[in-house]
Design a protein around this ligand. Structure first.
Ligand code: AMP
Length: 617
């Protein structure tokens, strides 16, 4: 593997609900999960906008209930997708999403009293910026390079959009790797001594919003993905939603009030449902209490694990069907699997574990790896591998596969596959085609991704015309598909007679952000950062003043000191303290310098009064 980057480089697991960052540590010879400013090892993928600031992570999630329409989460469920494809999600989100250019979803928020619109890439970039800052604080140095993970089942536009999010965050995304593959790296390093023998491992990765499974073989430190399958829209949030619906119905029955269209009530209920779900992973029954969920009425109820399983059973079974598909694709038998590794927070659900264990005929599941951190751990390992001069970086080689078949539309509206799914990447494959009509001056090439025989039922990645001067029926065209290490596709076509060649610009035609747009967003992100810094400075100035006022109040209250200060100085100081308190209480909109200047003035006043005492003036 060519090493081209300079460290420090980090690994980021950009999750639907939580994100995690890690870095390879030369001293300890392992990847370190980095905790955030709250001391948590994962950070909510939440961004909130208020009347005076932008919040990211825990701070954003903590104020969700009071500001539901301006608290954005689930950007991963929006990224790289079209507005028409997210209609079911929209109904569940308390924030507003509209159709923007090219049918790209735009998130609407109110920030500092103004309406602002964001693409999912921009929201994800804010989360990535936060993860980068967490790492920078820990490493005490700037971080530029990162490996970012995506679900194995992410399609081409979702991968590209994630890469764009990295660019907007000012990161150089060295590589996009698949989440289960990253987890396999973490597993491989934990089982380090056994990496020489061949082992087949099955990764079951069920997170907050996505589900992925991968079958890999590890031999001589080479990690080869054999097959992958998944659903980019299946995860813990779907189980939460089922619980929400259950309690909304129950509330309706008991109180004759429908809260299904009340964003604030729903958000608070959803937060409680997530807690209920987690509790049911170790308890058989639990209670739920949401005070004054609507119009002062409390929601108070209980639910058993059996009921939770019943209302989610079809989703659990869907997971097992996907597991089966992965084995069919790989041509491998499940009995050849050495370890079934559980990854992602939702893999803790006992019923799922039981169904999975049944599928593997009672085999013990491997759960010695932290399901919330393994992906970031693996990403940090990959980041170290890509960097120059990292000491003790593990000696591993990773070979992934493409999750979806890629091809072009041919006569009869059929999909002709050029690269079948689960082909190892990077890969370049070429296929010859003939034009279907006489005297055409250009051949229209439509590139699709997906498994349906009918091209239009798959995902259109882009289209372009290849000039074919006066071509008759049967004119030969060569089409070349090439997928790089990030799983990102490039397509070129060549008219074999004229030598005309054309590359597809899937990137722009499929709504991917143009270079100019990314540049503009980077600028906006910097403006946001500048605003955040400005606010931080103001908060610091207000805190400093507050602390000093407290100190002076104590000083005046202390009779020993106070009796020595002249009555004139004491009155002056006292009046200024009262003014200072008023300034803090009522003038949030004042500029930072107002607080800084006020503090200086008060400090000078107090210093001079104390000086007079020491000098006996
Ligand atoms: P991840 O994307 O891997 O961080 O997974 C986050 C998802 O895991 C969220 O939907 C969480 O609610 C869910 N989760 C975390 N812990 C548990 C648990 N003990 N039982 C069930 N779900 C959990």
């Amino acid at each position: 593997m060519a090493k081209k980057y300079e460290g420090p480089a980090i690994g980021i697991d950009l999750g639907t609900t939580y994100s995690c960052v890690a870095v390879w540590q030369e001293q300890t010879n392992r990847a370190e999960i980095i905790h955030n400013d709250q001391g948590n090892r994962t950070t909510p993928s939440f961004v909130a906008f208020t009347s005076d600031q932008r919040l990211i992570g825990d701070a954003a999630k903590n104020q969700t209930a009071s500001n539901p329409s301006n608290t954005i989460y689930d950007a991963k469920r929006l990224i790289g997708r079209k507005y028409k494809d997210i209609q079911n999600d929209i109904q569940l989100w308390p924030f507003k999403v509209i159709a923007g250019d090219d049918d790209n979803p735009m998130i609407l928020v109110n920030y500092k009293g103004e309406e602002k619109r964001f693409l999912a890439e921009e929201i994800s970039s804010m989360v990535l910026t936060k993860m980068r800052e967490i790492a920078e604080k820990f490493l005490e140095s700037p971080v530029k390079n990162a490996v970012v993970t995506v679900p194995a089942y992410f399609n081409d536009s979702q991968r590209k959009a994630t890469k764009d999010a990295g660019s907007i965050a000012g990161l150089n995304v060295m590589r996009i790797i698949n989440e289960p593959t990253a987890a396999a790296l973490a597993y491989g390093l934990q089982k380090r001594t056994n990496c020489v023998e061949e082992r087949n491992i099955f990764i079951f990765d069920l997170g907050g919003g996505t589900f992925d499974v991968s079958l890999l073989t590890i031999k001589d430190n080479v990690f080869k993905v054999k097959a992958t399958a998944g659903d980019t829209h299946l995860g813990g949030e779907d189980f939460d939603n089922r619980l929400v619906n259950h309690f909304v119905e129950e509330f309706k029955r008991k109180n004759k009030v429908d809260i299904s269209a009340k964003p604030g009530s729903l958000r608070r209920l959803r937060n409680s449902c997530e807690r209920v779900k987690r509790t049911l992973s170790y308890a058989f029954v639990t209670t739920i209490e949401v005070d004054a969920v609507f119009q002062g009425i409390d929601l108070s109820s209980s639910i058993t694990r059996a009921k939770f399983e019943e209302i989610n059973m079809d989703l659990f079974e869907k997971c097992i069907d996907i597991v089966k598909r992965c084995f069919v694709d790989s041509g491998m038998d499940m009995s050849s699997v050495d370890d079934v590794v559980l990854i992602g927070g939702s893999s803790r659900i006992p019923k799922l574990q039981q169904l999975l264990q049944n599928f593997f005929k009672g085999k013990d599941l491997y759960s010695s790896i932290n399901p919330d951190e393994a992906v970031a751990y693996g990403a940090a390992v990959q980041a170290a591998l890509l960097c120059e001069g990292i000491k003790n970086a593990p000696n591993l080689v990773l070979q992934d596969v493409t999750p979806l078949s890629l091809g072009v539309e041919v006569i009869g509206e059929l999909m002709s596959i050029v690269i079948p799914r689960n082909t190892p990447i990077p890969v370049t494959m070429t296929k010859g085609y003939d034009t279907a009509v006489d005297n055409c001056s250009a051949a229209k090439i439509e590139v699709y991704e997906g498994e349906s025989l009918k091209a239009s039922e798959n995902n259109l990645l882009g289209l372009f015309n290849l000039p074919t001067p006066c071509a008759s029926h049967g004119h030969p065209i060569k089409i070349c598909f090439s997928i790089n290490e990030d799983g990102i596709l490039n397509v070129s076509a060549e008219d074999e007679n004229s030598g005309n060649k054309k590359d597809i610009t899937i990137t722009n035609e499929n709504g991917r952000l143009s270079r100019e747009k990314v540049e503009r967003m980077i600028q906006e992100a910097e403006n946001f950062k500048a605003e955040d810094t400005k606010l931080e400075q103001k908060v610091k100035a207000m805190n400093d003043l507050n602390e000093y006022l407290y100190h002076v109040k104590k000083l005046i209250a202390d009779n020993d000191v106070s009796s020595l200060i002249s009555p004139v100085d004491k009155l002056k100081i006292y009046t200024t303290v009262v003014k200072g308190q008023k300034l803090l209480d009522g003038n949030k909109h004042e500029e930072t310098h107002v607080f800084v200047d006020f503090l200086k003035e008060l400090q000078n006043m107090v210093d001079s009064a104390l000086y007079k005492i020491t000098k006996g003036v």
